[in-house]
Design a protein around this ligand. Sequence first.
Ligand SMILES: Cc1cc2nc3c(=O)[nH]c(=O)nc-3n(C[C@H](O)[C@H](O)[C@H](O)COP(=O)(O)OP(=O)(O)OC[C@H]3O[C@@H](n4cnc5c(N)ncnc54)[C@H](O)[C@@H]3O)c2cc1C
Length: 408
Amino acid sequence: MKESWDLIIVGAGAAGLMAAAEASRLKLKVLVLEGQKDPGLKLLMCGGGRCNATNVKVTDKDYSAGCAHTLRHVLKHFSSEDAVRFFEQWGAPLALQEDGCYFSADGNARTVLKALLSAAAAGGARLRTEARVTAITAQDGGFNVVVNEDCETTRRVLITTGGRSYPATGSDGSGYGFAECFGHRIIAPRPALTPLLAGAETFTSLSGIVVPAGLSLWAAGKKEHSVKGPLLFTHHGFSGPVALEMSRAWVDARARQGAVRVDFFPDERREGAEFLFQDEAQKSLKTCLAARLPERLAVALLHAAGVDGLKRPGKSEVSRSDRRALERVLRACPLPVKDTMGYAKAEITAGGVDLKELKGAALESRLQAGLYFAGEVLDVDGRIGGFNLHWAWASAAAAARAAAAAKA
Ligand SMILES: Cc1cc2nc3c(=O)[nH]c(=O)nc-3n(C[C@H](O)[C@H](O)[C@H](O)COP(=O)(O)OP(=O)(O)OC[C@H]3O[C@@H](n4cnc5c(N)ncnc54)[C@H](O)[C@@H]3O)c2cc1C
């Protein structure tokens, strides 16, 4: 007769593998079902292949989530020290960078993946790949899990199928469908941490330039969101941490005609742009600007302002309207965003299974006993800096521990 499992985990990404390690350590008989040929494909892409696995300081402020209480509860029980200790123990030490991010010490995300696989295998968790789950139904106090026209039975199920971003890695949103079958509400999924597409060619010739910038999102005359950090110009538009961080707010404000503005001097306390020319009155505007910004960008901004770069501030050649136009493009330049690069290039999916329908830190469904969720499938998304993987580890550990406690 076919064996039955204590816990079936659907999806062998960051959350599924951490849950397999923790649940098997706690003596559950665990089967992990992964649709792809290999587990952890997205994990291998993390941090440009170096894997930013956590951050020295993780708080609920680093996330957007549908229920702050549940978020805080889960984070409280799995700190960044816990993550660092876990990966150290399983042969993947993490190294702390100056900015507070922890990366795989050998600069290789594969080492982090191997650590997870070793930990899961050490506890006896079984992993089946090329095993795509197509249906989950409740039966006789347990579950039937349909996979490749075969059926597995289990007492509990943990859904760690991820979101919709980078669907080629296997995360195509199937977890939302499973949750809906049990009556769960899905908070509208949308791409987040994704590059912005330019709607005009003003800046696309600047591809490859990176500058410090302050981005702000405005709707109905109000500033709704602001971020500061490196901005990268690309062939398609805008990327780099600030553009990625802005994408979610832009998507949310799109229907309200939300507009992004950029300050090219984000650390300058003085207002306006006069400070740039004060002591350089005899030099041309272009020379003054090129001393502070990459020359190609300086030229493009002068062009966007409609001001002749050869004019010199000290020779009364720069009119009041020139000064106003310069101030606008240098300190609050409208960024011509027409769209985002969507799920194809999104590091994360915002939205997902509504946290309010789960039991606090257990992450167990209030609608179906024995059904758990963890990772990106939930309505939680973090900012750049290791926070999304930290959520995967913390939520997976929480759900696995709750499933083990329920068995006891
Ligand atoms: C390019 C890129 C870089 C990133 N870099 C970082 C970083 O450095 N730091 C950070 O914190 N975050 C980073 N992230 C985000 C991070 O990768 C995710 O937050 C994290 O992987 C989510 O883990 P998860 O286990 O919930 O989902 P996933 O990692 O997406 O795993 C879900 C798994 O479930 C499987 N699956 C789906 N449906 C089924 C099904 N029906 N049956 C069987 N299996 C199924 C999928 O094949 C997949 O393997 C990055 C993301 C991307 C795309």
